[in-house]
Design a protein around this ligand. Structure first.
Ligand SMILES: *[C@@H]1O[C@H](CO)[C@@H](O)[C@H](O)[C@H]1NC(C)=O
Length: 359
């Protein structure tokens, strides 16, 4: 057992640089069309399937009365840029039985932390309802699914989930809220390694240099920094069917205008409900390509969707129910865009016009 997990570890260390350096898809519009095709198909089946909802992700697994026996078929249900995230598919089922998180360097078998740091693919489920108050960030290893279906699982009151330099992660059906900062201590991130963590942002889900990530059907609220932030060269991400409430800076996709590697960032934001008590960043985008489709915006205080640094934001089929406040109803480019356009106006003969689209 020890030697087989050791050799697995070497296999993954050889593979991981290749897997992490995920290149963007050449033509993002093809992925957009594929999303529309699957939405259309789901709608066409509405008349025939009694369980059909018109939501292609849900209809993919909820129509299976035996879903609990076939949990891993969820991995085939994603749409959009994160569609190929396989999570822990083809790995063992790991059942979390212990909600504690007492030792973050040597986590106890049965805990969520023990499960997520393993090198082998794992499909992680929960033995019963539980509230997990993490002592430090939950640092995930590649090829994991955290599947909360069938139990009411809260990750709350402490630091939350970190997806850093890893790939193929599915997070489904968790309640993630009241996340706090952690850090200034050692935390284990694989069976063979632990390291010192500086103070964390306090996000619900923090994606840092991660790829092939799918966050589906989670409720997220009231965290210290973002609910879901994806930065530092992260790409191939789908964020779908989530219910987000009571939070200021909801979703940051790209952390700085000068970090041009985020040009490769491709994210699908689909079928989410942005609800009461939200203020801004649903999402706030930089550099990459963002397909924001079929979301329901029922509350925002400052703005819903925004961006800077020449992002392409393809917003389709969203419903915006503006608050009764004039400034929240405007559709306008970001202030920086005005400076950008101003710049082009005066220097158009010196500099070719860059592409900017905010559909
Ligand atoms: C989806 O259906 C709409 C409305 O019928 C249609 O305009 C669109 O072309 C379809 N898209 C795809 C990719 O099938």
């Amino acid at each position: 057992m020890a030697s087989s997990s050791l050799s697995l570890f070497f296999l993954f260390s050889l593979l991981s640089p290749i897997l992490i350096a995920s290149s963007p898809v050449q033509d993002p519009e093809l992925v957009v069309q594929e999303v529309h095709r699957s939405i259309n198909e789901s709608r066409r089946n509405l008349g025939y399937l009694s369980c059909g909802s018109g939501n292609p992700i849900d209809d993919c697994w909820r129509c299976d009365a035996n879903w609990e026996k076939n949990r891993q078929s969820l991995a085939d249900c994603a749409i959009g840029f994160g569609k190929n995230a396989i999570g822990g598919k083809n790995g063992k089922i790991y059942v979390v039985t212990d909600s504690s998180d007492d030792d973050v360097v040597n986590p106890k078998p049965g805990t969520l932390r023990y499960a997520v740091i393993q090198d082998e693919p794992l499909w992680i489920i929960f033995a019963r309802d539980m509230v997990i108050k993490l002592k430090e960030e939950l640092i995930m290893n590649s090829f994991k699914t955290i599947d909360g279906r069938g139990a009411s699982v809260h990750i709350a009151g402490g630091p939350c989930i970190t997806i850093q330099y890893v790939t193929n992660i599915i997070i489904h059906g968790l309640n993630i809220h009241d996340c706090k900062q952690g850090g200034n201590t050692n935390v284990r991130d694989s069976p063979s390694h632990y390291g010192f963590r500086t103070i964390s942002d306090g996000d619900g889900v923090s994606i840092f240099g991660g790829s092939h990530i799918w966050v589906d059907h989670c409720s997220l609220s009231n965290c210290h920094d973002g609910l879901i932030d994806a930065i530092h060269g992260s790409t191939a991400i789908t964020i779908s069917n989530n219910y987000m409430t009571h939070h200021d800076k909801v979703m940051l996709l790209g952390h700085s205008d000068s970090y041009t590697q985020d040009k490769n960032m491709q994210v699908t934001i689909a079928f989410n409900h942005f609800g009461e008590g939200l203020v801004q960043r649903m999402p706030r985008c930089r550099h990459g390509y963002f397909h924001v489709v079929n979301n329901d915006y029922t509350h925002w205080e400052m703005y819903a969707i925004g961006g800077s640094a020449d992002p392409t934001i393809n917003s389709q089929g969203n419903r915006f129910l503006a608050p009764n406040d004039r400034s929240s109803k405007e559709v306008r480019p970001h202030l920086l865009t005005f400076f950008f356009l101003f710049f082009i106006f005066f220097f158009e003969f010196l500099k070719p016009i860059s592409k900017f689209s905010l559909h």
